[in-house]
Write a protein that binds this ligand. Sequence first.
Ligand code: SF4
Length: 377
Amino acid sequence: MSITRRPTRKIMVGDVPVGGDAPVSVQSMTTTKTADVEATVAQVYALRGAGADIVRVTCNDAEAAAGLGEIVSRSPVPIIADIHFQYRLALASLEAGVAGLRLNPGNIRKPEHIRMVARAAADAGVPIRVGVNAGSLDKDLLAKYGAPVPEALVESGLGEIRLLEEVGFEDIKISVKHSHVPSMVESYRLLSERIDYPLHLGVTEAGPPPGGLIKSVAGISTLLLEGIGDTIRFSLTADPVEEAKAGRKLLEYLDLRERRGLDLIACPSCGRAEVDVIEVAAKVSAALEAENSPLQVAVMGCVVNGPGEARAADLGIAAGHGKGHLFVKGRVVRVVAESEMVDALVEEARRLVDEGVEARLAAAESARETGRGAAGR
Ligand code: SF4
């Protein structure tokens, strides 16, 4: 099964395309004080390493705005400024060179201020996300609908888009986030029927893991599988590195981004297990977590599903009677005792990764040689 994505316009957030045929991108947000440039840049790098394509930072006061310029110039990914209440901080962020703005229609409400920001963003070639949030919905809409229902969120977003379009600004993406998963899903479904701007998906204020992860996966996956969504953010009450990791993994598991790093297939274990699957899987996961090459490793507790999964993965263990058959690329290479399983899997995994890297280097060298030969002819 492949996902047919709903057609949307493509915009550029710095050098990252969002919408159209662009890969679904991962976003996260720093938790540092933006005025603390060193801490913020360090966190941006950590987020990039964990899978974030785009990072948002708050621009909530003059000190934050003052730090933005250096953060933007040192960042390895496009930086978006998150703006609430003060349109002047949006203008200051544009001066600092950000790659995108997020405006909250619930708290920047004067049309002339929104239009002023739109004109400045147009001059800078910078897109704006209309970031509607159930927790900060425009109070007139809250009064009209009585609650932050999906129709209210959509009306808020469409109203802001109208203001931007009035001054010819269409470099837009939009989010309608809700902390209640069914309401979030319905909001985006309604919105996707009305506009073709790219959609930024998220379940807002999802909370700490595991609940926050489950809510985010439930809402974001439901929409992505329907072809709705161009960029995503997990809003976890946790180290934002966990958000970036989770977002990236979700897209990989849905085949929306290429695989990288470890994909651990492990059975949940049961009374039939012949080894401590939970311990072996946890140790293998910890040992290989930092690998960046795509690698599928199976840890299976008995012969019921063990040989099938271990054979299909890059490498795996199918356990039985305190020992296990070690499979590499579909073939049994040896039998290892339970006490040696972790070391054997990690050693073989590293060997496969090294072989893969060497093969890629050799292919690149061969391509260069071919290019030189062609150029010399
Ligand atoms: Fe249980 Fe075996 Fe299935 Fe693992 S593979 S869950 S041990 S039956």
